[in-house]
Design a binder for this molecule. Structure first.
Ligand code: GTP
Length: 597
């Protein structure tokens, strides 16, 4: 295909504005799949994603379209994830495109992620085509939303398309508009190969699969390619495109988006953002890469039963093969035994990995409190990054501690503004900006990330009845008055319940945690004292009274098999418990203790 007949684009939208539905419709209209092969959301390959309706892995699909001018076009639709945790993956998908559809729900209007994604697209020099979705709904207000797009994003929306991805209304116009308004790629087929690695993942049948976008030159089967960043060179086994099923090709030239496989063992060799070139005729310069994604939230993951440790390690390794933004390393805890400290892009990312481990690998897990990465500066002039509150050093040796901050943009209808501001204030936020568009406010706050990982998002949603939308980016580190809060159970410090909190919040959080634990820890044969301490000082205390839970008492001596059943049942219940000293703590306690306000 010549370049003039290629269009590479993404669909960017706020969550639930209909991106996947539109993508499905485009695929269907272009006949990329026979109708019987259509599942509900073709682009989301992992079941769990489908369930959550969130696309994690950036994927691509090649579509063939015969336009009204009678000519055939190749479209590469690059899928982008919709959640704030994955903003980085959005930016890397955009690097493979010349244009994007800015999809806005005509009943909801511009939301925080519409704005964030639109700005990212503008930064990446993409041509943006505004599209109003869900106009089949009676509540749609296309004229008002057009005005909003102009006022908030500064994009001419007078000709915005009005469609229903659900009914198919206006979808043919979208295809025509892609041809007409989005620019074709540029590039030189005769120049040395330069292709950008958009993504790479491990496929059990094919090995490492690398998704790329060719800028210059041609990538072909049998060619020996080299990754310019790592220097690794491999002969190419297969080249192909996703339709969305893989379709093998002999070669792909400038402007193309496709995948290749080679005998690559480790996805670390096919680093996202690296440049692929020809080993024999290499390019002199690499393409501008992506900024690497950094895990920002860490927690401990432990097997509920110690003998699943190996399985957990293997499973984490397998997940990591497909998700380079997730990290893990072994750690041990007095309360929980052997496990792993894992790093994630955000809380949602953590939940997804946790669910996959439990579901796909059938593991029972105990997860410890999520923590951000602190920078600890010692009096001797050294400093280091702290990923685990349990490793907090002796306070007398600490000079000062810095914590990560974020810049959050929140869009919220007027009537909920008061509670939203109060929430930001309570979370130690510093207001930066506030503007109004119609009856909605956009507020920008700097907030400590450690306050946001607790329960900020859930509370924002509940105080605004779901109407507030939220987007954030990391915004540097700042010195803070932080202390380590320890939880003691019958005087034993439970390392996996330690947390680092701002001094002003420490007592309250200590009290809340003790109360929560008191409700969650079942009565034992002896009294259990739950205490919170800062340094050596006890700031809160609760007690669980003694009680004997004798399941056999119910059985009046009789049937032995019934007795055994009851004992087995009790044993089953025990699996989900963790022994701390002489006390068993249900695993919910480790997380629930942190989800409170
Ligand atoms: P994420 O993948 O979670 O980011 O969401 P998304 O933006 O891909 O949204 P999705 O396509 O899953 O659509 C969200 C909801 O809106 C679904 O229930 C769709 O059925 C519905 N929806 C999408 N397009 C339309 C439309 O044109 N009209 C109506 N009435 N509903 C629509």
């Amino acid at each position: 295909t010549d370049l003039a007949h290629i269009r590479n684009f993404a669909i960017v939208a706020h969550i639930d504005h209909g991106k996947s539905t539109l993508a499905d419709r485009l695929i269907e209209t272009c006949g990329g799949l026979a109708a019987r092969e259509m599942t509900s959301q073709v682009l989301d390959s992992m079941d769990i994603e489908r369930e959550r309706g969130i696309t994690i892995k950036a994927q691509t699909v090649r579509l063939l379209y015969r336009a009204k001018d009678g000519q055939d076009y190749t479209f590469n639709l690059i899928d982008t994830p919709g959640h704030v945790d994955f903003a980085y993956e959005v930016s890397r998908s955009m690097r493979a495109c010349e244009g994007a559809l800015l999809l806005v729900d005509a009943t909801q209007g511009v939301e925080a992620q519409t704005l964030a994604n639109a700005y990212q697209a503008i930064d990446a020099n993409l041509e943006l085509l505004p599209v109003l979705n869900k106009v089949d709904l009676p509540a749609a207000e296309p004229e008002r939303i057009k005005q909003q797009i102009e006022d908030i994003i500064g994009l001419d929306a007078s000709d915005a398309l009005q469609i229903s991805a659900k009914t198919g209304l206006g979808v043919p116009d979208v295809l025509e508009a892609i041809v007409k308004y989005l620019p074709p790629p540029t590039g030189d087929a005769d120049a040395p190969l330069q292709a950008l690695v958009i993504d790479s993942w491990y496929d059990p049948y094919l090995g490492v699969v690398t998704l790329f976008r060719v800028r210059n030159g041609v990538i072909r089967k049998g060619q020996k390619i080299r990754f310019m960043g790592t220097g690794a060179a491999h002969p190419v086994d297969r080249v192909g495109v996703m339709t969305p099923k893989p379709l093998l090709m002999d070669a792909l030239g400038p402007g193309s988006v496709g995948f290749f496989t080679a005998a690559i063992k480790d996805i670390a060799d096919a680093r996202v953002g690296d440049t692929i070139t020809d080993d024999r005729k290499p390019a002199t310069v690499a393409l501008e890469g992506f900024r690497p994604s950094q895990p920002v939230v860490f927690c401990g993951m432990y097997p509920a039963e110690a003998d699943s440790y190996e399985t957990l390690r293997d499973s984490l390794g397998k997940l990591r093969l497909n998700d380079a933004s997730f990290e893990f390393e072994p750690e041990s805890s007095g309360a929980l035994g052997l496990g792993f400290r894992c790093g994630f892009l955000g809380l949602l990312h953590l939940e997804i990995i946790q669910e996959r481990l439990e579901r796909e690998f059938d593991l029972d897990l105990v997860i410890t409190a999520p923590s951000v990465v602190y920078r600890v500066h010692m009096t001797d002039g050294t400093s280091y990054e702290l990923h685990n509150p349990a490793d907090y050093p002796d306070v007398t040796k600490i000079d000062h501690v810095e914590e990560p901050w974020i810049k959050a943009s929140i869009m919220v209808p007027d009537e909920f503004l008061g509670p939203v501001l109060a929430l930001c204030q309570e979370k130690r936020g510093v207001q930066q900006d506030m503007t109004y568009v119609g009856n909605r406010a956009m507020v920008v706050y700097r907030l400590p990330l450690n306050e946001v990982v607790f329960d900020f998002y859930d509370r924002l949603k509940s105080i605004s009845r779901g109407y507030a939308s939220f987007d954030y980016q990391l915004d540097g580190y700042g010195e803070s008055d932080l202390v380590k809060l320890d939880i003691l159970i019958n005087s034993d410090k439970v390392d996996s319940l330690s947390m680092i909190v701002h001094r002003s919040m420490a007592e309250l959080r200590g009290r809340n945690t003790c109360e929560k634990l008191q409700q969650l820890i079942p009565r034992q044969m002896f009294q259990v004292a739950i205490q919170a301490a800062i340094g050596g000082k006890i700031v809160a205390r609760e007690t669980v009274k003694a009680f004997r839970k004798d399941v056999l008492a119910k059985c009046y001596g009789g049937d032995i098999s019934r007795k055994r059943k009851l004992l087995d049942k009790q044993k089953e219940g025990k699996k989900r418990m963790r022994q701390v000293g002489q006390i068993e703590i249900p695993q919910e306690a480790f997380l629930a203790a942190l989800k409170m306000s």
